[in-house]
Design a protein around this ligand. Structure first.
Ligand SMILES: [Zn+2]
Length: 301
């Protein structure tokens, strides 16, 4: 292509850039939803990403996978010209951290609970590969916060739940709470005991969070059964807590009645929680096994 022709094509592209560009993003994969103020969520594949995009600050909560992280980053650039200040990982699982390398060169800070980089390294070792080495470098033990423009973002650790590194993220002004995988909305949740999960403390976390944040807070969940969706209210936290309590209770009752571990853990669905029978990658029997170990340990300890 000669220079004149090149310039012609370039200027044509520039002149027409604004509209086709917008349409292109609208058609791009992934879905952006605004919740309140400049805070919303992005869904494509993996754990739900929470975001803040204003003229004075930009943050993402979790990073999904490399491909979808790029879609998310591009969409956010469309919403604000502000550089990315912050990525927080709610926990170490691959469906929440595999996009970290995409954000690494861009995000000013990468934050998480102090156990998250340790658990990522442990997972890398187990997979015997190079793995994901884009670890969060700003870590905290109990709580952490950062001001971004007129928003304040809080991260807080309530002890072991889904893993031993789960953060609850609170956008204070927008009054939006990102629960990470502490809520699988109406889904049997994965419980990562090898990473220090505790079902019994998880129940306490859900009770505490429901009382601690304002009654009208909006919640973002890591995963959900499609008809219930990845956002909700404190009542949805109660439902999740009730489910985990029913799992523990089923195990305790079984032990009291002298049932064998095999008998106790074979149950496929719990009465009143038929909705939770959804994901088959991690079943109720899997969770009953986790609960069984935890209850036994509690009795022995
Ligand atoms: Zn997870």
């Amino acid at each position: 292509m000669d220079r004149r022709k090149f310039l012609y094509n370039s200027s044509l592209l520039a002149a027409g850039a604004v509209l086709p560009f917008k349409n292109m993003w609208a058609a791009a994969p992934g879905k952006f939803n605004t919740l309140r103020r400049n805070v919303g969520y992005f869904t494509e594949r993996g754990g739900t990403i929470g975001w803040l995009a204003s003229d004075e600050g930009m943050a993402v909560i979790d990073s999904q996978y490399a491909k979808t992280a790029k879609h998310c980053l591009n969409g956010l650039k469309d919403r604000s010209n502000h550089p990315l200040d912050l990525l927080i990982n709610t926990h170490h699982h691959g469906d929440h951290t595999s996009g970290n390398p995409v954000f690494k060169g861009t995000a000013e800070k990468m934050a998480a609970h102090e156990n998250v980089p340790k658990l990522m390294k442990q997972a890398n070792k187990e997979s015997e590969g190079e793995g994901n080495t884009a670890y969060p470098t700003t870590t905290y033990a109990e709580s952490w916060q950062m001001d971004l423009g007129d928003e304040t973002i809080h991260a807080k650790y309530y002890g072991p739940g889904h893993t031993s590194g789960d953060s609850v993220i609170y956008f204070e002004k927008a009054n939006v709470v990102h629960m990470g995988d502490l809520v699988f909305n109406r889904m049997n949740p994965y419980t990562d005991r090898a990473a220090g999960a505790s079902m019994i403390n998880w129940i306490k976390i859900l009770d505490t969070v429901a009382e601690e944040y304002p009654a009208d807070a909006m919640y973002i969940f890591g995963h959900a059964k499609p008809e219930y969706g990845v956002t909700g209210k404190k009542e949805d936290l109660k439902v999740m807590g009730n489910y985990l309590s029913a799992v523990i209770e089923h195990v305790q009752n079984g032990i009291e009645q002298g049932m064998s571990k095999k008998e106790i853990t074979k149950q496929k669905v719990l009465d009143g929680f038929e909705d939770f029978r959804y994901a088959d990658f991690w079943t109720l029997p899997d969770n009953l096994n986790v609960a069984f170990q935890e209850v036994k340990e509690m009795h022995n300890g």
